[in-house]
Design a protein around this ligand. Structure first.
Ligand code: ADP
Ligand code: ZN
Ligand code: ZN
Length: 800
């Protein structure tokens, strides 16, 4: 037998299966989707690869080298995943190996250890004897010799041996102990009687347990409840078996599962939506629904009940959210509703935990998967429904190879699994909304908030005319007064500093020079916290200069407003306010988002100040004021989606106010009070925005009227890069129809990154039957020219 192997080298030259012989010892053991080691290249170094297919013959029959070792005893990717990888590679102009790697949990790329347990001792001549570390337990080497692999497989099939995996933890993951009560009420009574009256600490603990039988938490959580409790009391309670202690990773909130959430009584609009969706789950129809619902209209409830319907029908469900760290409330709601059936996949998990979750899904133990972009590849079988929350979010598009959009992968999988897809958003992408207009998606709308909750009153504040707080150009008296009122009333506020298209940089006031990166054509960004300038493209870092490097003037200043500055200013103006800041600096540590969100949710702060990461999915009933410090910055981006992004951001953040029965107010500070995106976001009027923006896209010939493809080349020499992109243009023009438009070639917005030059062109098209073949051809020919890198990005969300 022959195995066709995809070698683990992401390059055009290796982007095809290579034939290898399957040695006799591995006969019937090697299957598609397994990882193996094979000799590769002239030197014959061992390389990892995936078994792609098995075949009977090969044109190189006699010259074939054999597979040396196997890394798996079971395929790590099933046939659906392999087929999906083939589709994805073609659809996104990616290397097959990059697609295969994307579908695997990180853990399989990290170090992991395999163990085995035996039912009975081995015979003395068994080849497994050297692996034993105790009579019934042993450890495998990471790479299995064919003979050994076969032996193990046989023993496993005979039920003599079971295999277990453990992933060695990545460094830097913090573990904490969580303490949980083990006593029943009656046992506590008994202990209270048996305990001496002067054993104050123990009585304190027992009395607390008596009223809180299910309380679970870290030492800090216990301390919060019982400030006088000493740590040694807690430890000795574990020894006495009053409490159990367990190590968990510090970001995990084991308490979150203690509560359960029950389904709401549906509103009429929610009912209508589910009446359309659920029959399609039952009928196993691939139908896409666009659930367009204003913020706080109860889209989540619709998702949850659709997931429940799929489970009732014995199927599984997949739910994607933009970023797990930013949406802890959403994840908790899913877990509270479906408990142990849920697997959560996110980058905050250690490699080991991610692997555990992945295997729970693979084995069918977890039936609901919640996760960010890459969770769309979760190895679920028999999917009954796929939900994509906040479908307009750009984080669903991967910017590195494979450059896929999770929405497209979800649609692909729904066609394989015959299931409906729900795309949900208050501000759908124009692409999706336009498809609903054409009837390709079914539009479902939620136009009201349930119960008493009202949409907030939005005030647009013209910063050209508004009174500013003295000495603060970015803060109006109105906004400050509104903040003071909330403070006095004991209510909470959220403040957005729109940093999209906006950065802190350093400029000399005398010569006007901006401090730039030595490797890239971009200014360095000021990071106050580490007192350094950093390049966001290549990572170059340097200390903040005291004098201008060009003219030696001391008049060197930072421009732009950072969250840190705003926080300082606010604190000076509102000395009693408790302010929480949420931005890249305060959330870079693991669990940073969750900590801040939890604190704010418990009303331990009055003001949450942050960048766009505060705009999404947060649901705090006590928030009655949302302030937008600078609505405009994202309008000036050189991108045809600038208005759409601004509209989305302002709508989302405004939706954070007045979600419960208290009325909400939003103040939007802007220098463009008449701009339609700002005006319509203030009214939460998506439908009018959609029509107006579609009109402009039509005039400009932009998506969704046209498809777009970005072709970019880079090289260390600028002249060669430019020549190459013009050559590509000459190659493509003859095969394109007159309807297609080629923009460029131009240098990229940041033309030099890490001392490589980037040139690009954009093709706008409607129907180009020859284009894809031509681009595939291009990827083939580019391989022969060294030093060039080619990037082809379908429907890019960034044009720079
Ligand atoms: P969205 O996801 O559309 O922004 P949510 O699903 O977060 O909105 O719902 C907003 C609030 O309304 C939540 O607190 C939710 O619990 C509540 N809610 C949703 N559906 C109902 C309902 N049918 N009856 C009462 N409250 C509901
Ligand atoms: Zn200067
Ligand atoms: Zn740089």
């Amino acid at each position: 037998m022959i195995a066709q192997i995809i070698i683990d080298i992401p390059a055009q030259q290796t982007n095809r299966p290579f034939d290898y012989a399957i040695p006799e010892a591995l006969d019937h053991l090697v299957q598609p989707g397994m990882r193996v080691l094979v000799p590769f290249g002239r030197q014959g170094h061992l390389r990892q690869g995936f078994v792609w297919q098995l075949a009977d013959t090969s044109e190189f029959k006699d010259k074939l080298k054999p597979i040396r070792k196997i890394l798996d005893l079971e395929p790590v990717l099933n046939q659906e995943a392999l087929d999906m990888a083939a589709w994805l590679a073609k659809d996104t102009f990616s290397f097959l190996i990059s697609c295969l790697q994307t579908m695997l949990p990180n853990a399989l790329r990290a170090n992991y250890q395999r163990f085995f347990s035996l039912k009975a001792p081995l015979s003395a001549d068994s080849p497994l004897i050297p692996l034993l570390d105790s009579p019934l337990h042993g450890k495998f080497p990471a790479q299995l010799d064919p003979k050994l692999g076969q032996k193990i497989k046989l023993l496993e099939q005979q039920g003599v041996l079971t295999i277990d995996y453990q992933v060695s933890q990545r460094l830097g993951i913090k573990k904490v102990l969580v303490y949980r009560n083990l006593l029943t009420a009656a046992m506590i009574q008994a202990q209270l009687i048996a305990t001496r009256a002067n054993a104050r600490q123990q009585l304190l603990l027992l009395n607390f347990l008596h009223d809180h039988l299910t309380f679970t938490g870290t030492w800090a959580d216990w301390q919060e409840q019982l400030p006088e409790l000493s740590r040694s009391t807690l430890t000795s309670a574990v020894k006495k078996q009053w409490l159990a202690s367990q190590e968990v990773e510090s970001y995990r909130r084991p308490t979150s599962l203690e509560t359960t959430e029950t389904a709401h009584q549906l509103t009429a609009e929610q009912q209508t939506a589910l009446a359309a969706i659920n029959p399609q789950i039952v009928a196993q129809q691939q139908q896409v629904f666009l659930l367009e619902g204003i913020t706080g209209s109860g889209k989540t409830e619709v998702y949850l009940q659709a997931l429940a319907e799929a489970l009732r029908k014995g199927r599984t469900a997949l739910m994607l959210v933009p970023e797990i760290a930013l949406t802890p409330q959403m994840v908790n709601r899913v877990r509270q509703r479906f408990q142990k059936q849920v697997a959560v996949l996110h980058s905050g998990l250690s490699a080991g935990e991610r692997f555990d979750e992945w295997r729970r899904i693979e084995r069918g133990e977890a039936k609901v998967v919640v996760g960010a972009r890459s969770a769309v590849f979760a190895p679920l079988k028999n999917i009954g429904v796929i939900v994509i929350d906040e479908e307009h979010e750009t984080s669903y598009k991967q910017t590195e190879m494979p450059r896929y959009h999770a929405r497209d992968v979800a649609l692909y999988r729904s066609s394989i699994h015959h299931c409906p897809v729900i795309l949900g958003s208050a501000t759908p992408s124009l692409e999706s909304r336009a498809r609903a207009q054409k009837g390709r998606y079914q539009l479902l709308r939620l136009t009201k908030r349930p119960q008493a909750a009202q949409l907030p009153q939005v005030n647009i504040l013209d910063m050209r005319q508004a009174d500013k707080v003295s000495g603060k150009t970015s803060l109006s008296v109105n906004l400050l007064t509104a903040l003071q009122q909330r403070l006095a009333a004991g209510e909470q506020s959220i403040l957005l500093l729109n940093r999209r298209g906006y950065a802190n940089f350093i400029m000399c006031r005398d010569c006007g020079q901006v401090i730039k990166c030595p490797n890239c054509d971009i200014s360095l960004t000021l990071h106050q916290d580490i007192q350094a300038l950093k390049c966001h493209y290549c990572g170059h870092q340097e200390p903040i200069p005291q004098v201008c490097p060009h003219c030696h003037s001391r008049q060197i200043r930072s421009f732009g407003v950072g969250t840190q500055r705003v926080e300082q200013d606010l604190q000076a103006l509102l000395p009693t306010a408790r302010i929480l800041r949420m931005d890249v600096d305060t959330t870079s540590k693991k669990g940073g988002h969750a900590r801040i969100i939890k604190k704010f949710g418990q009303h331990q702060a009055d003001i949450l100040l942050g960048t766009q990461m505060i705009a999404k999915g947060l649901d705090f009933p006590e928030v009655t004021l949302v302030g937008v410090i600078n609505a405009d910055t994202s309008l000036s981006l050189p991108d045809f989606r600038a208005s759409e992004r601004t509209f989305q951001l302002l709508t989302q953040v405004s939706g954070r106010a007045g979600r419960a029965n208290k009325a909400g107010e939003v103040i939007v500070q802007t220098y463009n009070p008449d701009n339609y995106a700002i005006q319509l976001a203030a009214k939460q009027d998506y439908e009018t925005f959609y029509r107006q923006e579609m009109h402009l896209r039509h005039l400009g010939g932009y998506p969704p009227y046209y498809y777009t493809i970005l072709v970019s080349v880079s090289h260390a020499q600028e002249d060669l890069t430019a020549q190459k992109i013009f050559q590509i243009q000459r190659q493509l023009l003859p095969i394109l129809s007159p309807q297609a438009v080629v923009l460029g070639p131009v240098p990229q917005m940041i033309a030099r990154i890490n001392n490589r030059y980037y040139y690009q062109l954009i093709i706008k098209y409607k129907q180009e039957p020859k284009l894809f073949a031509a681009l595939q051809q291009l990827t083939q020919t580019m391989q022969k020219e060294s030093g060039f890198q080619l990037r082809i990005d379908r429907e890019p969300l960034q044009f720079s």
